[in-house]
Design a protein around this ligand. Structure first.
Ligand SMILES: *[C@@H]1O[C@H](CO)[C@@H](O)[C@H](O)[C@H]1NC(C)=O
Ligand SMILES: *[C@@H]1O[C@H](CO)[C@@H](O)[C@H](O)[C@H]1NC(C)=O
Ligand SMILES: *[C@@H]1O[C@H](CO)[C@@H](O)[C@H](O)[C@H]1NC(C)=O
Ligand SMILES: *[C@@H]1O[C@H](CO)[C@@H](O)[C@H](O)[C@H]1NC(C)=O
Length: 447
């Protein structure tokens, strides 16, 4: 008759067991042990393969630290799961590494976070990476990868972050990215992507951050963008987008930052922009926008950056601009704006930089600017400003730049300008100003 024996005893006294039972037990434990052992060595060899594909490690991060005399779970940049000792995260960002990505990286089957941004990895990405089914976070940004963005990126069904910015990727944005239903951040800026934004991308309804800036994307801004209602940042700047700003932009009410600058957009700034009441930064510069600055701009009470320069805007600055008390930078230069520089500018207590240059502004510089003591840069060159430079200019002790070049200012240059010790750029030329110098000789600024 067979006796049941505790396992510890079994090991010590194998002779108590019938030979076939011992064989069975050994087989079972042996398989478990060797499976566990072999999957750990798989991870170690995958990391060593990665290391062997690194051709330059100037700070010796991996060269000295990734040594088999210690457990790979203690290697720099490696994080293992606390129970199974499998690699779950790999972070080699900013190590100045040069090399290619070895295909064995695809064997790190527990890997969920891979961050290698800011290195000099090059070549193309091996398809074996598709084995990494747990992948949630991929940051390959700021490297030198080239070729097309692989279609198989659409296989990472759990992916939340995909960053490929600042590489040399070419071709179209793969439509397979539309399969990434959990995607929250997509960053493809600073590559050489061409063609239109694929419609499938607007199926990624969880997107909060979409940056496609500095590529060669074309077509109009798709109206399907209205589906991305969680977007906080939309970066489409520095591309070849044309047509009008779509009205559906008004649906993106979570937007904090909107970059549509450096495109070929035409038409007027749509009134729906006034619905984006959380907006902090609005960049529409370097387009071909016409019409007036809409009054609804006054609804954007959180606005800090307003870049409308290099367009064809006409009309006057709306009085409601005085509501934007969070505004830090106001750039309206190189348009066709008219009227006076409003005294409500003095309400913009957060303002540090203003550029109204190359317009048709007239009238006097309002003395309310004396309230804006944190002002750092004032550019109002190439307008038709009249009258004298207000003495309150002497209050602007943070001023670094005062550029009033090419206006019709008259009177004496206030001596208080001499107190502005932070001033680095002062251009008052091409005006009708005079300055009293010690010997009583008048210097005429037109001369
Ligand atoms: C490798 O780097 C990690 C993290 O900085 C450190 O804890 C470990 O001691 C290093 N190991 C060796 C062998 O230098
Ligand atoms: C990787 O490490 C860098 C530097 O320590 C850190 O800034 C970055 O957030 C890390 N990446 C991830 C995905 O945790
Ligand atoms: C913008 O807000 C107004 C109310 O202020 C509303 O009537 C309109 O439907 C909104 N437009 C969009 C596109 O959300
Ligand atoms: C966009 O806003 C309009 C007007 O408020 C609304 O009728 C429409 O359903 C919105 N679209 C989406 C996708 O939410």
């Amino acid at each position: 008759m067979m006796r049941l024996t505790p396992i510890s005893n079994l090991m010590e006294k194998p002779s108590f067991l019938p030979p076939f039972m011992f064989g069975l037990l050994f087989a079972t434990f042996g398989v478990i042990l060797s499976a566990k052992y072999s999957s750990i060595t798989v991870d170690q060899s995958a990391l060593l393969a990665l290391k062997s594909h690194i051709t330059h490690d100037p700070h010796n991060f991996l060269t000295t630290n990734w040594s088999t005399s210690t457990s790979f779970c203690s290697w720099i940049g490696v994080t293992c799961g606390s129970k199974h000792y499998r690699v779950t995260a790999l972070n080699l960002s900013s190590m100045d590494l040069t090399g290619t990505i070895s295909s064995q990286l695809g064997n790190l089957s527990f890997l969920a976070w891979l961050d290698i941004h800011q290195n000099s990895f090059l070549g193309s990405l091996p398809i074996e990476l598709t084995n990494l089914r747990r992948m949630k976070y991929l940051d390959f940004g700021n490297n030198s990868f080239n070729g097309e963005i692989p279609l198989w990126f659409g296989c990472f069904s759990k992916l939340q972050t995909l960053s490929l910015y600042l590489n040399n990727f070419i071709g179209v944005i793969p439509s397979t990215l539309g399969n990434l239903s959990k995607l929250e951040r997509l960053s493809l800026g600073g590559n050489q992507m061409t063609g239109r934004i694929p419609n499938s991308l607007f199926k990624c309804k969880e997107l909060k951050f979409l940056s496609l800036f500095n590529n060669s994307l074309e077509g109009s801004i798709p109206t399907e963008i209205e589906n991305l209602t969680l977007l906080k940042t939309l970066g489409l700047g520095i591309n070849h987008f044309k047509g009008e700003i779509p009205l559906v932009i008004g649906n993106l009410t979570s937007l904090l930052v909107l970059y549509l600058d450096n495109n070929k957009l035409t038409g007027e700034i749509p009134l729906v922009i006034g619905n984006l009441t959380s907006l902090q930064s609005l960049y529409l510069s370097y387009n071909k926008l016409t019409g007036e600055i809409p009054l609804v701009i006054g609804n954007l009470a959180s606005l800090q950056m307003l870049y409308l320069f290099n367009n064809r805007l006409t009309g006057e600055i709306p009085l409601v601009i005085g509501n934007l008390t969070s505004l830090r930078e106001l750039y309206l230069d190189n348009n066709k704006l008219t009227g006076e520089i409003l005294s409500v500018i003095g309400n913009l207590i957060s303002l540090t930089d203003i550029n109204l240059g190359l317009n048709y502004f007239t009238g006097e510089i309002p003395s309310t600017i004396g309230n804006l003591t944190i002002f750092e840069a004032i550019y109002i060159s190439n307008n038709n400003l009249l009258g004298e430079i207000p003495l309150v200019i002497g209050n602007l002790t943070s001023l670094r730049v005062l550029d009033l070049y090419n206006n019709k200012l008259t009177g004496e240059i206030p001596l208080v300008i001499g107190n502005l010790t932070s001033l680095r750029v002062l251009d008052l030329s091409n005006n009708k100003l005079t300055v009293l110098v010690c010997l009583g000789i008048y210097w005429n600024s037109t001369s």
